[in-house]
Design a protein around this ligand. Structure first.
Ligand code: UD1
Length: 349
C-alpha cells in the first residue's frame, strides 16, 4: 500500500465520469467517499466499483442541495482532503424545457457545497465544467482563454454561472482553491467492463446510442446532419476516453495540494486535442467492434455546435496530464461494456 492521500468527497460519484474517477482516486491512494442522490445513476454501479477495487466504496445517498445533511456528513467523515463536484444534470434538451430544474440542481448544489466546505475548512475543489461554455467558437482549437459565447442552452448557462460563482468566491478570499475542468466529450468505459455509461431511457449522447443500436436495442442511429462545413459534413467533437478524463481529476487534486494555501481558481481544458466527425466515430466503432452499424443521415439537431476540439496544452504543462487512449480503444471499451450489460440483463437458463 502507498501513502494515504486522504479522504475525497466525490459528489455524483455513482455517475459515468464520477464512478471512473472513484476508481482512479482509489488506485492513486486517495480514499473516495461518494455522495449521490441516485436521481440519474444506478445502485449497481457500487457493485461494479467493489469488483474493480476489491472493497466497498463508502456511499451516502444524499442530495447536494440538502445543506443540513451535507454538514452532518462532512462532520462525520472529517478530515476531508478535497471535494470533486460532479453532481449535476447534463441533458441539453431537457434543460431547455425545465430550466428551473437545472438552475436549482446545478447552481444550487454548488452554492450549498461551497458553504459547507467553508464551514468545515475544506479548501480543495475540482469542479466539472464543460466545453459547452465556449458555445460555437470562432477559432479552433479552443484554449482556456477563448472567449465564452452566449450559452446554447440553460444547461450550458449553468456551467458558465458555476464557473463565475467559483471565481467570485475566490475573489472574496473565501477558503477555496479550485481546479475547473472543462470536459470535451467523454466516452468509453472501464476496460474491466464493470462500470460504464448507464443512460436511463433513450440516450441523448452519441456513443450509447451507437452501442445500443449495434446491440439491437435501437433500430438505427440518426446522424444529425451532413451539410456542416466540415470535411464529411457531419459535426466534429473531441472524444476523450473516460478513464483518461478520470485521471485528470487525480492530477488536479495532486496539483491543488502542491499550491500555496490561498484562494485561487484555474481552468483547464480536458480533451485529446483532436476532433472526430460523427461519421468517423461510426467507422471507428465498426472497426473496433467488428459490427456493422445501421444508420442514416437525418436533419440537424437544434442547438448543435458545428465543431469544437480542445487545445489541452495547459493541462499537460501545469497538471502533467495528457490523454493516452485513442478513439478506437474507447469504442472497443464502450462496446465491451454494452455486451457485458446485455449479458447481465438476460436471464441465465
Ligand atoms: C453536449 C455538450 C457537452 C455536454 C453534453 C451533455 C457541447 C459542444 N457539448 O455534447 O458539453 O456535456 O452535451 O450531454 O455543447 N449525434 C448524432 N446522433 C445522435 C446523437 C448525437 O449524430 O443520435 C451527434 C451530435 O450531433 C454531435 C455528436 O453526435 O455532433 C455528439 O453528440 P452528443 O453525444 O449528444 O454530445 P454533444 O452534444 O457534443
Amino acid at each position: 500500500m502507498g501513502i494515504d492521500q486522504g479522504k475525497v468527497i466525490v459528489t455524483g460519484g455513482a455517475g459515468f465520469i464520477g464512478s471512473h474517477t472513484v476508481v482512479e482516486l482509489a488506485l492513486a491512494g486517495y480514499t473516495p467517499v461518494i455522495i449521490d442522490d441516485f436521481s440519474n445513476a444506478e445502485r449497481s454501479v457500487l457493485d461494479g466499483l467493489a469488483s474493480i477495487l476489491g472493497r466497498e466504496v463508502p456511499c451516502h445517498a444524499v442530495d447536494c442541495n440538502d445543506g443540513e445533511r451535507l454538514n452532518e456528513l462532512f462532520a462525520a467523515e472529517g478530515p476531508i482532503r478535497g471535494v470533486i463536484h460532479f453532481a449535476a444534470f447534463k441533458s441539453v434538451g431537457e434543460s431547455v424545457h425545465s430550466p428551473l430544474k437545472y438552475y436549482r440542481n446545478n447552481v444550487g448544489s454548488l452554492t450549498t457545497l461551497l458553504e459547507v466546505m467553508k464551514a468545515h475548512d475544506v479548501w480543495d475543489l475540482v469542479f466539472s465544467s464543460s466545453c459547452t461554455v465556449y458555445g460555437q467558437p470562432d477559432t479552433l482549437p479552443v484554449t482556456e482563454d477563448t472567449p465564452m459565447k452566449e450559452a446554447e442552452s440553460p444547461y450550458g448557462r449553468t456551467k458558465q454561472i458555476c464557473e463565475e460563482l467559483i471565481g467570485d468566491v475566490v475573489k472574496a478570499e473565501h477558503p477555496v482553491r479550485a481546479a475547473v475542468l472543462r470536459y470535451f466529450n467523454p466516452i468509453g468505459a472501464h476496460p474491466s467492463s464493470e462500470i460504464g455509461e448507464l443512460p436511463i431511457g433513450t440516450p441523448d449522447n452519441l456513443i450509447p446510442f451507437i452501442t445500443q443500436t449495434a446491440a439491437g436495442i435501437r433500430d438505427e442511429l440518426i446522424v444529425f446532419g451532413d451539410s456542416y462545413a466540415t470535411a464529411d459534413g457531419s459535426c466534429i467533437r473531441d472524444y476523450i476516453h473516460v478513464v483518461d478524463l478520470a485521471k485528470a481529476h487525480v492530477k488536479a487534486l495532486d496539483w491543488l495540494a502542491r499550491k500555496e494555501k490561498r484562494p485561487a481558481q484555474e481552468i483547464f481544458n480536458i480533451g485529446t486535442g483532436s476532433g472526430a466527425s460523427v461519421l468517423e466515430v461510426i467507422e471507428a466503432f465498426e472497426r473496433a467492434s467488428q459490427q456493422r452499424l445501421a444508420y442514416r443521415i437525418g436533419p440537424r439537431r437544434e442547438g448543435d455546435i458545428e465543431q469544437i476540439y480542445a487545445n489541452a496544452d495547459k493541462a499537460e504543462q501545469v497538471l502533467n496530464w495528457k490523454a493516452d487512449c485513442g478513439l478506437e480503444e474507447a469504442m472497443r471499451d464502450a462496446w465491451n461494456w454494452q455486451v457485458a450489460l446485455d449479458r447481465k440483463s438476460k436471464p441465465v437458463d
